[in-house]
Design a protein around this ligand. Sequence first.
Ligand SMILES: [Zn+2]
Length: 468
Amino acid sequence: MPKEILIRNVYLADPDLPPQTRPRTTDILVRDGRIVAVEDGIQAPDAEVIEGDRAIAVAGMVDSHRHVWQTAIRGVAADWSLADYVREIRVGYATAYTPEHIYLANLAGALEALDTGVTALCDFSHLMNSPAHAEAAIQGLTDAGIRGVFCYGFYDVPARERAFASHDDRLRHAEEVAQSFRATAGPLLDFGVALTEFGLVGPEVTDRELDFARRHDALITLHVGTFGSPHGIADLDRRGRLGPDMLHVHANMCGDDELERLVASGGGLSITPETEMQMGMGWPVTNRLIEAGGLPSFGVDIASNIGGDMLTQMRLALQTARAIDNQKVLDQGIVPDRIGLTVRDALRFGTEGGARAMRMGGEIGTLRKGARADIALFATGGLNMMPMGDPVAMLLLESRPGDAVTVLVDGRVVKRDGRLVGVDLPGLREKLDRAFGEIADRVAESRDTAAGSSNAYARVVKRATGTD
Ligand SMILES: [Zn+2]
């Protein structure tokens, strides 16, 4: 007997539908984890019924760039530049995590994503301090029940206890993780690779990481167009290493020609507007990527700085891109008559864009018939949602992340009536508070011994900021 779920009486926030000033509700039928019908008055007598109560249904949002491990150190990066971030986290906090800490961070970070209607993410996991850290990181995502790609990071964290003697050791361990991944990770996770930043290692090391990833047909994610590798896309292209299996991140310092090369290669780009604007990375490249013919996607980047919902990132990206476009007109001494980018564009980038960037296009990030049933329902009973206007406009610019009342991943209900299913929130809170304290204590101890100050990354920061 197929398992059916009938979601009744919901508005659709679908970027393919035209704006509706007097929206009507409809029904969605899910069978064995897929959307099989989106139409009015569906009859399915054996289905489990989710009463939508005029909620807005949207395809689960897709975060194409997040370092989920940083969920255990919330708030620390609130006033930091990127240089501060590298000095304090990549060379500092990262050295202090135990496997238990990364497990809790990944579990809580993925649950927070689900709680706000983000059903898939690309986890750039550059905290592989030991084999046990990798196992714990994967387990955290698996236990949360989120979809996504776990990207094994090769970055050599300057931890006090060194589990890997060399880069070759890391490659051997990554090989083991890749071989056993299907048996250990949940069915919703794929294996990927997060490259070491180019400023930290030579091209021969990058090539070894790329060769490893391509042997496993793994998604390759990488930071580009920021300090350390301002023109990483051009460098990769010159060496014939760009590919459709790459998910580039940031690219703020890349020229338009580099964005064109990225688009021509078939690779994706994750834009993380909030961290990019705070940390001195440059304007988000949303407009420039569209100009180059690309489809943007968005990421939260670091929970050590900001919340894990995607609505905020879509809003910031949209309004910043509009401001940049508008300023070009204002600079001519006239005021803009119209604005180009729409809420439908922003929603498409935060759903389909993320799915395509993670090589899951068509499967997720859409409410179309045949797609996997990753769906979020946003309640419309709050004052912020009355009266009900165009569902896409309402979702993008009026709703709050907490309005997500029901969330499905692959047809499984992970949040129902405003609560995550089977999650002991008070218990998790105790464990995370304790973990944060332990990490902070270990960081304070290692500060006294100046651990990490001779790390390659610390040297790159000094060069880039002119404090060498
Ligand atoms: Zn990042």
